[in-house]
Each structure stands twice: as C-alpha cells, then as structure tokens.
Design a protein around this ligand. Structure first.
Ligand SMILES: Cc1ncc(COP(=O)(O)O)c(C=O)c1O
Length: 301
C-alpha cells in the first residue's frame, strides 16, 4: 500500500513519518480522528466530517489550533502530493500531543494533526450483490457514560475485540449491544434493519457513532416517504427482520445476507436496493455542489 502523510501541515515521507512515544495519543488512545474520502475527484461531505472532528475534540476537552479551512487546505495539499488517480481515503488524526508519562493531559502543550492518504480500500463487488455476513458478538459497545461512542476517539480497542470475535465467527462485521442489551452499531459502520418495509436503526440514545452516511440515508429515506424508526432493538428483533444493511463513508450501503445462522431472504432486498440507490443519488447531489480538487479539475471536467 502506498501512503502519503502530513504532520502538522508538513508533507512527510511516510517511511520517516513518526510520532513521539510520549504523545498521549500513542500512550493512552488520547486522540480523535475522522475518515473522509474522495469521489470523482471531490472530497465528499467534508463539512459534516470536520464538524464531527471538532465535536469529538470538544467532547474530550481538546482545542484544535487549526481552522476548518486550514484542515481542508492540508487535505487538498496531501491529495495533490499523493498523485492518487483513483478514489482516495484520508484519515485525519488529532492527538493530545507530547506530555509527561502519566495520564494527566495538562502536560500536553501542542496537539498534533496527522493526515494519512491512501487509495480507497474497497469491498469486493460481490459484497454489494450477494451481501455480507454479520455476527452478534459478546463484546459490548462502550457505554455512552464512559468513552462515549459518539466521540470518534482513537481508542478503538473495544471495537478491535468485537471485530476479532466476528472474524472468528466468519463474519465481516460485528453487531454490538450496549450494556442494557440493545443493539448499537457495528465496529466501523452503522446497522439498519428492515421489517415489513419499515427501516429500523438504533437510536443515538443507545450509544453509537452518529454516522455521516447514516444521517444522509435517514434524511433521504424520510424525504422519500419511506417509514423510518430510530429506536431500541434487541437481539430478538434480528430474528424477525426481512432485510439488513450497514452504512459507512468508505463502503456506502452494503446489504447483509446473513446474521450468524440466520440467512435473510432476497439479497439485496427491495428496501435495501432502494436505499442504496437513493444514497447514490444523494452523493451525486452533494458532489454537484462541491468543487473538484484543483489538481484533478481538468481530468474530471
Ligand atoms: C463505530 C463506527 N460507527 C459508524 C461508522 C460509520 O460512520 P460514517 O458513515 O460517518 O463513516 C464508523 C466509521 O468509521 C465507525 O467507526
């Protein structure tokens, strides 16, 4: 994999790129991050992702010493430098910075912003035609009263453990419950269920990341008159569903063919198909409003 990196706005050779072992992001997972992607030479939905980065930082009491515009400029410069022809994945990592070897963040004077770009990793095309497998795992999603899952923090160990469980169960993604037994989300995606043509997804109250894709899917589905419910769902509800799908920035809308031992009917089901098409239309509308990256502008005309 070829990576391009910038650290605090300075383009850096990925082989030389490093952060201090005294950065609290490294020591304690004291960091927040975002992932944005390009589509047809444009950065897709940059604003909501940057808003979420600022919100995550604010929730951990970390002041970002860069403006939204600084960050956009840095991402654009990184993408130009990367010379990626295909769609790009960009991770923005904001760490607490270097401090003393204890958890107290007060010794950390300067947050670091690290940007890493690479070609967008893609699921095989069969995932979209045949669906993916989910597994309901034992590892619980963090309580929203602990490291709130609404914060996109650099502390993903819980999700790493859940994913390991899912992989053991031969599933691509893990469905996690909260401590009260309600379905929350997957390790790096939001989950949706369909029952009697009604679209169901866990409420943000359950403790989960407010996905940018989730929000776009919900608002567009509502605008089209589809029935949508953000609610509280239990594992028993999985048994009764007609369809299921997951959403994320890097994977869009992906149909689910099986949840553990339970195969779902037609994949993708009619509602999933409709939602996926509506989402693509929504993406197109967003892209029409956004400027192409300057270095790709000629190629995308
Ligand atoms: C825990 C979690 N939930 C949901 C998502 C999907 O969010 P988005 O649609 O903003 O990519 C992600 C994305 O990485 C995630 O890490």
């Amino acid at each position: 994999m070829i990576y391009s990196v910038s650290i605090n706005g300075v383009l850096t050779d990925p082989k030389q790129a490093s952060v201090s072992i005294f950065d609290h992001g490294f020591l304690f997972g004291d960091s927040v991050y975002e992932v944005v992607r390009t589509i047809h030479g444009r950065i897709f939905a940059f604003e909501p992702h940057i808003d979420r980065l600022f919100s995550s930082a604010q929730q951990i009491g970390l002041e970002i010493p860069w403006s939204r515009e600084d960050l956009r400029k840095d991402v654009v410069a990184l993408l130009k430098h990367s010379q990626l022809e295909e769609e790009a994945y960009v991770r923005l990592i904001l760490t607490r910075g270097v401090g003393e070897l204890n958890i107290d963040p007060s010794s950390c004077r300067a947050p670091q912003i690290i940007l890493i770009a690479k070609a967008l990793p893609r699921l095989p095309a069969s995932a979209y035609t045949d669906g993916i497998v989910l597994s309901l795992v034992n590892t619980k999603r963090n309580s929203k009263h602990a490291t709130n899952p609404g914060i996109k923090s650099g502390n993903y160990l819980n999700n790493v453990l859940a994913l390991m469980e899912a992989r053991k169960n031969k599933a691509l993604e893990a469905v996690m419950l909260n401590e009260n037994g309600f379905i929350t989300e997957c390790t790096t995606s939001n989950v949706f269920l369909v029952k009697d043509s009604k679209i169901l997804t866990p409420s943000l109250e359950c403790g989960l990341l407010a996905g940018v894709t989730r929000k776009l899917v919900l608002s567009r589905a509502r605008a089209e008159g589809l029935t949508v419910e953000e609610g509280f769902f239990k594992p028993e509800d999985l048994v009764a569903v007609d369809e299921a799908f997951i959403t994320s920035t890097t994977r869009d809308v992906v149909p689910v063919s099986r949840i553990d031992d339970r195969s779902l009917g037609v994949v993708p089901g009619p509602v999933t198909k409709r939602v996926a098409a509506l989402y693509q239309d929504e993406v197109k509308k967003h892209l029409d409003k956004d400027c192409p990256l300057p270095h790709l502008a000629e190629k995308t005309q």
